[in-house]
Design a protein around this ligand. Structure first.
Ligand SMILES: [Zn+2]
Length: 175
């Protein structure tokens, strides 16, 4: 039995107990989250979210990519979310390699160079990375100024969520 077979079987149990068909499309708590895809981040559990409460946008690193911005703009302008949270975490895989290294390795293994992805968005400092993602959201012309944007680092060893302070003077220079 493959893992896909196992999860399909689990979904059948879920369906038998399902009682949430009445939920509307707009997130009830008007919240959108951008988080790393790391398997240890159970975003709903960490934040106490229930089905229908929030949009959760995930990718490697919890990066505000062009596609994450696309989702946030739709989330706010079409579905009414008013607060955005960005979550990175300790021991992130994105700290363990560099864009150029992976690109070179894949080019060698496959014998093919590609135009996409243009970036893997690796980083070396989690807090700095969170600050950069906050700035990417806040500086976007289609994200209204009244939207609250806050960033956090989740500690995978303790289960604690720690807020990252707003960008300090000179923070960008250390980049
Ligand atoms: Zn991660």
């Amino acid at each position: 039995m493959s893992v896909i077979d196992e999860v399909v079987a689990a979904s059948e149990t879920y369906t038998r107990n399902f009682k949430l068909g009445h939920l509307p499309m707009p997130p009830a708590r008007k919240l959108a989250v951008v988080a790393c895809m790391d398997a240890r981040l159970m975003v709903d559990q960490i934040l106490g979210l229930k089905t229908g409460d929030a949009h959760v946008i995930r990718n490697a690193g919890g990066i505000v990519t062009e596609d994450a911005i696309r989702s946030l703009i739709i989330s706010h302008h079409l579905l009414g979310t008013q607060e955005f949270v960005i979550i990175n975490h300790t021991d992130c895989g994105m700290l363990t390699f560099k864009d150029d290294e992976l690109r070179a390795r894949l080019r060698q293994e496959t014998g093919t160079a590609t135009v996409a992805p243009a970036h893997f968005h690796t980083f070396s400092d989690v807090e700095e990375n969170v600050r950069e993602q906050i700035q990417r959201v806040k500086s976007h012309p289609w994200v209204p100024k009244q939207i609250a944007v806050r960033g956090f680092v989740y500690d995978v060893k303790t289960g604690r969520l720690e807020e990252v302070a707003e960008a300090r003077t000179g923070a960008a220079a250390r980049g």
